[in-house]
Write a protein that binds this ligand. Sequence first.
Ligand SMILES: Nc1ncnc2c1ncn2[C@@H]1O[C@H](COP(=O)(O)OP(=O)(O)OP(=O)(O)O)[C@@H](O)[C@H]1O
Ligand SMILES: [Mg+2]
Length: 634
Amino acid sequence: MVQRWLLGANATERSSRWATRRRWGQWRWSGGHRNMLSDSGYRFGAFELFVRRQLLMHAGTPVRVGSRAIAILTALVAAAGDIVTKQELIAAAWPTTFVDDSNLKVNVASLRRALEVIDPGQDYIATVPGRGYRFIAPVRRISTGTVGLPAKIRLIGRVDESRDVQERLTRNSVVTVSGTGGIGKTALATNVAHAVAAQFPDGVMFVDLAQISDPQLIPAALALALGLAAGGSEPLAGIVHALEGQRRLLLIDNCEHLLPAAASVIDRLSASLECLRILATSREPLRIRGECVYRLDPLKTDPRSSPTLSEAMAYPAVELFATRVCDQTGNELQDADAPSVAEICRRLDGIPLAIELAATQIGATTPARLLEMLPGRFEVLAYGCRKTPARQQTLQATLDWGYRLLSDGEAVFVRALSVFAGAFDLEGAVALSPSGTLPKTAADILSSLAAKSFIETDWQDCGVTYRLLATTRAYLAERLRFNGEDKEARHSHAAFMCAFLERGIDPSAVVAIQERRRKFERCLNDVRSALAWTLGSGEDVALGVRLAFASLPLWRDLSLMDECRDILGRALAQLDAMPLPDQRLSARPQLGLAIAGGWASEDDRSHRRALESALQAAQKTDPDPLSQVLSCAA
Ligand SMILES: Nc1ncnc2c1ncn2[C@@H]1O[C@H](COP(=O)(O)OP(=O)(O)OP(=O)(O)O)[C@@H](O)[C@H]1O
Ligand SMILES: [Mg+2]
């Protein structure tokens, strides 16, 4: 019994197949004609076959297959599940020539190879010995309205975002969904395009620019997607002419690596075609007239450390992780997994691609174990689904794609910024940048890096601050090490934190305790990391001692007394271990310990005595910043 996989095929359609097969040979693509703009086709796996254009696509990219092989494939797919005889296939591929079976065999073999290279392990064409061939994979018809558009996926969360983008499309001729790599721009834009398809009587077209490296080929890619003849001296003019008066949505995916050429093409199309709407995705905005930029944020993560599974699942990042685990292993997560999964999602900044890559590990390991392995995220998150673009198969590849689009100056600049553990401001960025960088230049580079989705910008009451997502920071830190710039950047960072703390305790600055505490909270992890580098690794003990002493008010305001004593103890030990300890500095940790001891001591008089003797010892060698520290910290 022949299995019927061709969904939606009715009796009339099936009975007319033979007649259709006979006509295949007469199909000639007369590119440039407006009627050619609509096409119908079939989808199997991640492939799409467009009948009129005789075009096989995989994940939005044309697959190189000869025209005879395409004709054979079309005949097989149209009759999916049924045997198509050798004679029928020969008639489809060589309608006007006499050829023998060996030609058919060669073309079927090349077709199989082409499919296998892209989708190994999946059989599409079965041989029926002595008779012909049969297409054995499930096939769906593609609606003519959404030609080339990737299938809709089940979006997790993104309800508001989807509504907002749809609403913006009604008001703006160009809407660009922008954000860092793997954040879900394509997924959102694709689903929006499906949702609004009915509002575009002339259809929705999809063009993926990721596969093109030459900006001059953009018009040809558009022409291909639209079923037009590419070429001529003014290919864009032909596209504009063909689209005149049409109410069509054009989804142009992955523009970032072809800016500004992509921006100029989109500008020209939108300026010339009033009824056209363009939805673009790009890690960097196009910056053209009439563009509405929609910045996509990461998926929300659960901030709690010990949520139950049902509590954590209310956050889309956790739901995505749980869904992918279930898709893959058939298993549900348990309550006991929830804290680890919530933490994994937080550490991955709620980036869907990173979460999907992490979820592929479950089965081979548990969420708790995966969390322990996460510091080596680039080795761990390296096994994506082989059907996704190469750019997204590993976390490293996704970041490489964006990194390659930075200028040399931007790359040097942002690499150094990876030493910041938390948010930083313009002054911090200048301190880390190559010497001689003016604040104005640094501000321009920061804006450009923010536009390229490499850094995040936050507007707070204290002004603009910048930060790197954890994954981006880890990636850049590796690059920094690889380029041998680690030591210098870490030194500049520690010196900046030290100067910041020494200046921040100026008693003449009247700062409310709440405000000071907020300031300290913001820089806490940076102070810790600067101390770890200077003292922990012994890279610059003198700077570490200064830093440890200058940070006294921070530990006190944040009630972190134990940590404070521990750091001062380490500073003292490091100084003692030095062959020639710096006399100017050696009294500081003692003094710091005396001050910190007083915070915990009940006995005010003995504390004062200890403090005075430490102070006297310190002032003999190092009168400079001590009075300031004391007024604030004692
Ligand atoms: N809300 C979501 N629900 C379910 N899956 C999602 C969601 N958002 C993204 N994904 C999945 O995460 C992965 C990355 O998403 P997507 O390709 O859309 O990212 P992108 O921002 O377009 O990345 P790039 O900058 O590399 O093009 C894809 O596998 C996608 O299907
Ligand atoms: Mg994308």
